[in-house]
Design a protein around this ligand. Structure first.
Ligand SMILES: Cc1cc2nc3c(=O)[nH]c(=O)nc-3n(C[C@H](O)[C@H](O)[C@H](O)COP(=O)(O)OP(=O)(O)OC[C@H]3O[C@@H](n4cnc5c(N)ncnc54)[C@H](O)[C@@H]3O)c2cc1C
Ligand code: FES
Length: 315
């Protein structure tokens, strides 16, 4: 399936709610009306939006993590890219859910937004995940902050490809860092309906944490590899891996998929200034088929989702 690009624009979003979930993540619900409702109704999983926080104030000092207090004082002139974890389009309004980590000046400012506030956004931007013909099984591989676009994809696959089976593989450094809600510390090393955000679409999940505090002890790429080794009657041609998370994890997942001849799409992250292909700050080194040459593509415009075979991952 190829996806028709949606028309992007600058749209104001109303904040419906914004709260902390777990140790590391915040969840914010946004509402778009008018042109924004139409544009984001066609938002495709893997696309992103840029948020302007230049007019958003800092939260009270004691709400800012101590290690970020100095860094946060600087003004934030550039918009920041975020994916959606969920999008719901109604008649004349579209609501969307963001999941974000507090890492620096922009994301700290996001935590000060409350119901009734508004923010300026540009989107939908970039190219999202696609579903090639004849795929019957989707393996959704998430590492930490990579959860939002994969959650959005899970909902999309259930709605548009109800016959397709899917399993989520979710990794984080420990149970508290899993970007989901639920009884996450009770998760075992098997494959079951552990993560409500996937289970609601009939998608079971396997979980891995580096310290073994939930699920398999180790990296989620190892758990994926182990699961693939256990499968007997299945077709690699009918399988596809979709992944988003830290780049070393994406490199490992891409390698596992390539070794087994499984198609794989990865959502890449780069620091972005403009988000619309003008500043060249988001280069991704890509292979040229049939050649030793490499070219640089733009994460914001050619991606953020790429065929994993294209990417020249760093060492
Ligand atoms: C397409 C795309 C989608 C994204 N979706 C989400 C999302 O759904 N939820 C979410 O929490 N974050 C997401 N991000 C990352 C988010 O944009 C950054 O966390 C945010 O810009 C940080 O801004 P800041 O001012 O708070 O911190 P900064 O001061 O800009 O950064 C703080 C720290 O985080 C690192 N960092 C910042 N941005 C990135 C990045 N893109 N890749 C790797 N390291 C980075 C910096 O090196 C620095 O160490 C996405 C990024 C991209 C490119
Ligand atoms: S962010 Fe400016 S070209 Fe990609």
């Amino acid at each position: 399936m190829s996806h028709t690009p949606t028309k992007k624009g600058i749209f104001t979003a109303g904040v419906l709610s914004n709260r902390r979930i777990g140790e590391c993540f915040w969840k914010m619900e946004l509402e778009f009306t008018g042109g924004g409702a139409k544009a984001f109704a066609r938002f495709h999983p893997g696309q992103f939006l840029q948020i302007d926080v230049s007019e958003v104030g800092l939260p009270p000092e004691d709400h800012i993590p101590a290690h970020l207090r100095d860094a946060c004082r600087r003004n934030v002139l550039l918009r920041r890219p975020f994916s959606f974890a969920d999008v719901t389009a109604e008649m004349d309004r579209t609501t969307a859910e963001l999941l974000y980590c507090v890492l620096g000046p922009a994301s700290v400012r996001l935590t000060s937004l409350t119901t009734g506030d508004s923010v300026s956004t540009i989107g939908p931007l970039g190219n999202g995940f696609s579903v090639p013909r004849h795929k019957q099984l989707a393996l959704l591989v998430v590492g930490g902050m990579g959860a939002p676009p994969i959650r959005c994809l899970a909902k999309y696959l259930r709605a548009e490809y109800p016959e397709m089976k899917a399993i989520a593989f979710v990794g984080a450094k420990n149970a508290a860092a899993l970007p989901f809600e639920g009884h996450l510390d009770e998760i075992s090393a098997g494959v079951d309906s552990f993560i409500p955000a996937f289970a609601r679409f009939g998608i079971p999940s396997a979980v891995a944490t580096n310290d073994g505090s939930a699920g398999y002890r180790g990296f989620i790429s190892e758990r994926l590899s182990q699961w693939l080794d256990e499968q007997k009657d299945w077709s690699t041609k009918e399988t596809i891996v979709y992944s988003c998370g830290p780049e070393p994890m994406l490199a490992a997942v891409a390698h596992i998929a390539e070794q087994r001849g499984i198609d794989c799409q990865v959502s890449m992250e780069r620091r972005m200034a403009c988000g619309i292909g003008l500043c060249q700050s988001c280069a991704v080194e890509c292979r040229v088929e049939g050649s030793q040459e490499a070219v640089y593509k733009l994460c914001c415009q050619d991606g953020p989702v790429f065929d994993a075979r294209e990417i020249v991952f760093g060492e």
